[in-house]
Design a protein around this ligand. Structure first.
Ligand code: 4YB
Length: 461
């Protein structure tokens, strides 16, 4: 795409009006049709009293309505906060006032309810023809989206991204990963997470096709798609159930450690795997590489810089958020030199970045430091273990000791596990108990909360 000076859907409407923009199950929309529907959606929001700069909550699972609402809100210069429908009401009650949210769009209800800003009247008649309203000018540096981080403690923070950051994110990824106008990327991850928004902005940047599966299971939704973004557990499941469609040729992985065994199996099955490292604050991917049988996530993409200081990964990038929204203002998130301190531990190995885990997850047992992710990486090598969390449990003698919470094929006892790790883990890293991950912690989001796993494990022991 040449330098953009208009809304991407207007850009593509002008250049390729009849090209396929969107496929939702069996429905197909061209850029001309899509741009028209987005314009109508924007007009609807204006009629409801949403003004430029207003904070608008957009709660719902991925759907066509959710996507149209996201794009329609951006087009009237609202500040859009896509929200995970599973966030507890008590948390929202605390959080939303601090994010200056004046309108709530809840697509989980049968009929979308839009709560109006107090004092805003919607009783004035509005011309039925939506062309009477004027959408906002394309202003790439304006605060456009709020995306919640999954912080390990306290209230989540809301990273504020301008449109320019989303586009810079897309441009950097597509400098590495081929995605052309004939290709189609499934919206395989939620829009309330940067990984979902990353898909949308790559699609808008490339003028390709976006596919929505609405209520379909992943394997079915993937039919006919050339690209998808997946977290490792999703790709494992597809491989195990032999459900990879033949159309799928590129998968961008991320969000967690990417096991070598996974990319090796998927590449053998004919899928090109791209290993990514990304964060909410950076509007998704920072580093990426084509899977090559070595651990690591490659080098920084164009537009990103990475440094490691005292084992911590620092990032500077044109995809970085403006800051965190907090009570009518934006709190900075970088140091004076513009570096964002990720709290991830990392090192350079053979010229590429290796992510070791979260600094905050480190705990001590009998004076020895345990980085849970180091132990988890090894346990994942056990054929029956699909997912594992090592969490600290208080202990009078050692301070804390490691407990393994696992999702496994069949039962893996502590005894079996200890025999298997005999030559793989140092004494102090060996789990003192094994618990089965309960269903209620698999919350349907893209990540299971380590904090919730730990709290649950504490109650069991
Ligand atoms: C990692 C990690 C890695 C993140 N190894 N720890 O478009 C994409 O890049 C994408 C594609 C598929 C799936 C996910 C994505 C993402 O965007 C992921 C972005 C993300 O997870 N953001 S987050 O704010 O929720 O979490 C960030 C944290 O996740 C990082 O700080 C790391 O701790 C961890 N992480 N990629 C090991 N490859």
């Amino acid at each position: 795409m040449a330098a953009l000076n208009d809304w991407p859907w207007h850009y593509w409407r002008q250049r390729a009006p009849d090209d396929l923009a969107l496929r939702i199950d069996d429905t197909r929309l061209s850029w001309a049709q899509l741009a028209e529907l987005i314009d109508q959606k924007s007009a609807e929001f204006v009629r409801m009293g949403v003004h430029a700069g207003d904070g608008v909550m957009l709660r719902g699972k991925n759907s066509f309505r959710l996507l149209l609402s996201y794009l329609g809100l951006l087009q009237i210069a609202a500040r859009c906060l896509p929200l995970n429908p599973q966030l507890p009401a008590a948390l929202l009650q605390q959080l939303l006032p601090r994010l200056d949210i004046s309108h709530k769009i809840d697509l989980t209800e049968d009929v979308a309810a839009v709560e109006e800003k107090p004092g805003v009247s919607i009783s004035h008649p509005w011309p039925s023809c939506h062309r009477h309203w004027q959408f906002a000018a394309w202003q790439p540096s304006r605060a456009a989206t709020l995306t919640l981080t999954s912080g390990s403690s306290g209230l989540p923070k809301a990273a504020v991204h301008p449109l320019a950051a989303h586009l810079a994110s897309a441009e950097g990824v597509l400098a590495l990963l081929p995605f052309s106008r004939q290709d189609s990327w499934l919206l395989s991850l939620p829009l309330y997470h940067v990984s979902g928004q990353g898909i949308v902005w790559r699609w808008l940047f490339a003028g390709a096709t976006l596919v929505l599966g609405e209520e379909q299971p992943l394997a079915q939704a993937l039919q006919g798609c050339s690209h998808a973004s997946l977290v490792p557990t999703q790709l494992w499941r597809l491989l195990e159930q032999q459900q990879l469609p033949s159309s799928l040729h590129d998968v961008l992985l991320g969000g967690a450690e990417i096991p070598l065994a996974l990319t090796e199996r998927a590449e053998q099955a004919g899928v090109r795997c791209w290993c990514g490292y990304g964060l909410t604050e950076l509007a998704s991917t920072v580093c990426a590489k084509r899977a090559d049988g070595r651990p690591g996530v490659g080098q920084p993409l164009p537009g990103r810089e990475v440094r490691i200081v005292d084992e911590e990964i620092l990032v500077r990038a044109d995809s970085l958020a403006l800051g965190y929204w907090w009570s009518d203002g934006i709190l900075p998130l970088t140091d004076v030199d513009g570096w964002f301190h990720t709290r991830d531990r990392g090192r350079w190995q053979q010229g590429e970045l290796c992510v070791a885990g979260r600094l905050d997850n480190l705990f001590f047992s009998g004076g020895e430091g345990i980085q849970p992710e180091d132990v988890e990486r090894i346990l994942l090598g056990h054929a029956q273990i699909n997912l594992v969390f090592i969490v600290p449990i208080d202990d009078a003698q050692y301070g804390q000791r490691p407990v393994a919470v696992i999702d496994s094929e069949g039962v893996v006892s502590l005894q079996t596990l200890l025999a298997w790790v005999e030559d793989k883990l140092i004494n102090f890293q060996r789990p003192v108990a094994v618990l089965q991950l309960p269903e209620q912690l698999k919350n349907g989001g893209i990540k299971i909360s380590r904090r919730e796993v730990q709290q649950w494990a504490e109650q069991q022991l």
